[in-house]
Design a protein around this ligand. Structure first.
Ligand code: SAM
Length: 213
């Protein structure tokens, strides 16, 4: 089955009935499907998309991270999600995408990734911390995707740290070849400038795809 069909099977909101990202993802991923060995999605929620990717990338280890906090979770539900991920061979971490120590725990176990997909907090500072920290762990020729760039989260102000929205930051990088992000270290900014071979936007600019040279 292709990703469009699998999105339906696993009832994920990346499918055609909601965000409709999977049409683009199928095009981006189909030539990488059998070669992909390590896929990481930040933001597990109830696990639907992770089960979809586990089914799709049949030769890959699938890694996930979530803070598993918030009104939509309760203890039983979280336990259920973690059991479902375990039962389906998806590796998960209780981890905050804005915390480099948490991210470090993951890369220490997982190593480098063919594809990283950020579908977690949707807050600019946290998206940019993850991108800065994790981009060195994308394999050469691999992809780093950030979803829902249009999303407005009012709580984000608390975490803004002078960050521009991530879509604006990436457009500036694409056009001027300079990364301006106050939450990235000098090393992370320079690494991104030196190793991103392209930055493209899809799905009405809701998804950014950064390819590594
Ligand atoms: C949009 S949902 C993920 C949906 C899932 N990828 C799917 O397509 O089925 C976002 C998830 O990110 C998690 N999240 C929010 N802030 C986070 C953070 N700072 N670090 C890691 N995960 C976070 C939330 O708990 C939530 O489960």
């Amino acid at each position: 089955m292709n990703l469009v069909e699998l999105a339906k099977k696993y009832d994920t909101d990346k499918g055609v009935s909601k965000h409709n990202y999977v049409v683009v993802y199928e095009e981006l991923f189909k030539n990488r499907r059998s070669q992909c060995k390590n896929f990481f999605e930040i933001g597990a929620n109830f696990g639907e998309s992770l089960l979809m990717f586990k089914d799709y990338f049949e030769n890959a280890d699938i890694w996930s991270a979530d803070i598993f906090q918030g009104d939509h979770f309760n203890e039983d539900l979280i336990k259920g999600v973690k059991t479902k991920l375990d039962d389906n061979g998806v590796r998960w971490f209780d981890a905050d995408q804005g915390d480099r120590l948490d991210l470090n725990r993951i890369v220490n176990e997982a190593g480098e990734f063919d594809i990283i997909l950020d579908d977690a907090s949707h807050r600019a500072a946290e998206q940019q911390i993850s991108l800065g920290y994790l981009f060195p762990y994308v394999k050469s020729g691999g992809l780093y995707l950030i979803e829902d760039l249009n999303y407005r989260n009012h709580k984000s102000e608390r975490f803004a740290d002078g960050c521009k929205r991530t879509d604006d930051m990436l457009e500036g990088f694409r056009d001027n070849k300079v990364v301006l992000s106050p939450v990235m270290s000098d090393y992370e900014r320079k690494y991104l400038e030196d190793h991103a071979s392209s930055i493209k936007f899809y799905c009405d600019n809701k998804v950014a795809v950064i390819e590594k040279s």
